[in-house]
Design a protein around this ligand. Structure first.
Ligand SMILES: [Zn+2]
Length: 503
């Protein structure tokens, strides 16, 4: 018997519609925009979702046909042109792959394009039109905002169970394993989606602690029940600002709609019951810096959670750096600040030279103003390195032209591309040993924890202003369903409106 043939594709973007960085094709090209047979060379052997799709096929004895792999760093709304190009490449690839037996995609779940609030629902719907009743499975990010259309069009939906996302590979493999079961006639998927009116901020979506552990433990228990194929807990992404943004639960059962419905409802009720535990209390910046001053041992990791490029922010916020300089704190490392102009100025001057820079704060007025500084250029590099830690192990990170600047006794890593510090190799590749630092400032909400927690003496979430601040009531959301917790139910201090350009 000829091996089964599976069509693969990836379209991943977490869209922050409040960001003024438009997501056009060049934003995808900066990360990954790869077509057809070129895709395996980039992802085979990596612990990424795309690597998982390939391995999932191979371990099930499937042949696979690649279509498109498009992923970009989170940013603003995807342009109509970029959406059209990526969807077109996917659909053309599927048509060209005929005959085939099934389709397995990796999607994010929180993408928004011009004219398409529900990108993933629309993509799955277009694929469905092409493939008729053939099985269609997809894996998703934990930040997915699921919609009824997504759950209707796909046969199987599997979301990451972790944030930091250290199981993207495993969930992609799982989606292909479930596809195999479907094709063997061992699974007739029935699906249920439930969405309590909850909009958790990113910090409380961390899966290493309560309250997320409570929901995930329950989901794992449910997966042991006979007839249950997969249970997904999704925390959602507020800044996509679509009607369905927020928390979702999906239960997939084998031909038992009632079981799927009742388990999904049970999870939804459980989450609603502990909703108050999903409030966030970050620490004022100056208070955190006093703690660093008083600390005997480092590194203390300070998370600039308001400016997390992984949530679509500029990555050039200066609020923490300004406070550090004013407090006279030294021995810190900043990973990273996005400033292509400063990086190229440093490269022109070269190591050992002093330069004047107007650093950061270029993108908008929400994350602090540019700082006029004298900086010593310590190092200049092409900013490329291989991930060694648990997130995306083995994949290459490309920060673009990168400089290390010494400013007021602190080392700043200045990059040409926006990125979250996901791995300690980021520092080491730039000649900085992170465990020697007194403190490390990371522009990240939660992902940094996977690699930084093992070396951090303490982690402090800073109450910084910006497009990923947990002060959700401070944003002008237009489309999220209302009422929703915590915006409308209880105003408990932290959710009170605060001007985002305070500090
Ligand atoms: Zn995510």
């Amino acid at each position: 018997m000829a091996p089964k043939r599976i069509v693969l594709g990836t379209f991943s973007h977490e869209t922050n519609v409040l960001s003024n960085i438009k997501t056009d094709l060049s934003e995808f090209r900066k990360r990954h925009l790869v077509h057809g047979d070129e895709i395996p060379a980039h992802f085979r052997g990596t612990k990424t979702a795309a690597g998982g799709l390939i391995d999932g096929c191979e371990r099930n004895g499937f042949e696979f046909v690649e279509t498109v792999h498009a992923s970009a760093t989170p940013s603003g709304t995807i342009t109509e042109e970029a959406y059209g190009h990526i969807l077109g490449a996917l659909l053309d690839g599927i048509k060209a792959a005929k005959p085939f037996d099934g389709v397995a995609l990796h999607l994010h779940g929180a993408a928004v394009a011009e004219g398409h609030d529900d990108v993933e629902g629309d993509v799955l719907g277009e694929v469905r039109k092409l493939i008729g009743k053939k099985p269609l499975v997809a894996s998703f990010d934990l930040h997915a905002n699921y919609t009824e259309k997504m759950v209707r069009e796909a046969d199987i939906l599997v979301g990451y169970d972790t944030y930091p996302h250290i199981d993207e590979y495993e969930r992609a493999v799982e989606s292909v394993d479930l596809l195999a079961k479907m094709m063997d006639g061992k699974l007739k998927p029935t699906r249920a989606l439930r969405q309590p009116p909850m909009l958790p901020a990113l910090q409380v979506q961390f899966t290493g602690r309560y309250p997320m552990t409570k929901l995930l433990d329950e989901a794992r228990r449910m997966e042991q029940i006979p007839g249950v194929a997969a249970v997904t807990v999704a925390a959602g992404f507020p800044w996509s600002d679509i009607k369905e943004a927020g928390m979702s639960f999906i239960v997939i059962t084998d031909n038992d709609q009632r079981l799927a419905d009742s388990l999904a409802q049970e999870l939804s009720d459980l989450a609603w019951g502990i909703r108050r535990d999903f409030l966030v209390k970050p620490m004022p910046v100056r208070e955190a810096l006093r703690r660093v001053k008083a600390a005997k041992e480092g590194p203390i990791v300070l998370a600039d959670i308001g400016d997390n490029p992984g949530g679509g922010t500029p990555c050039d916020g200066t609020v923490v750096l300004k406070a550090v300089i004013e407090e006279g704190l030294t021995g810190g490392v900043f990973g990273v600040i996005w400033d292509p102009i400063a990086a190229s100025k440093a490269a022109k001057a070269g190591p050992g030279k002093e330069i004047d820079v107007s650093l950061g704060g270029h993108t908008d007025r929400l994350h602090g103003k540019p700082l006029k500084l004298k900086a010593l250029v310590k190092r200049v590099s092409d900013g490329r390195w291989i991930v060694k830690g648990p997130m995306g192990t083995g994949s290459e990170t490309d920060m673009g032209l990168t400089a290390v600047l010494r400013v007021a006794g602190n080392d700043l890593i200045i990059t040409t591309k926006r990125l979250q510090p996901l791995d300690l190799e980021l520092y080491r590749s730039q000649g900085i040993e992170p465990t020697d630092a007194r403190f490390i400032v990371v522009k990240s909400s939660v992902h940094f924890r996977a690699s930084h927690e093992p070396v951090a003496k303490e982690i402090i979430e800073l109450d910084t202003p910006g497009l990923t601040s947990p002060r959700l009531a401070g944003f002008k959301f237009r489309k999220i369903r209302r009422p929703i917790f915590p915006l409308d139910f209880e105003m408990l201090g932290i959710t009170e409106l605060k001007r985002m350009d305070e500090e």
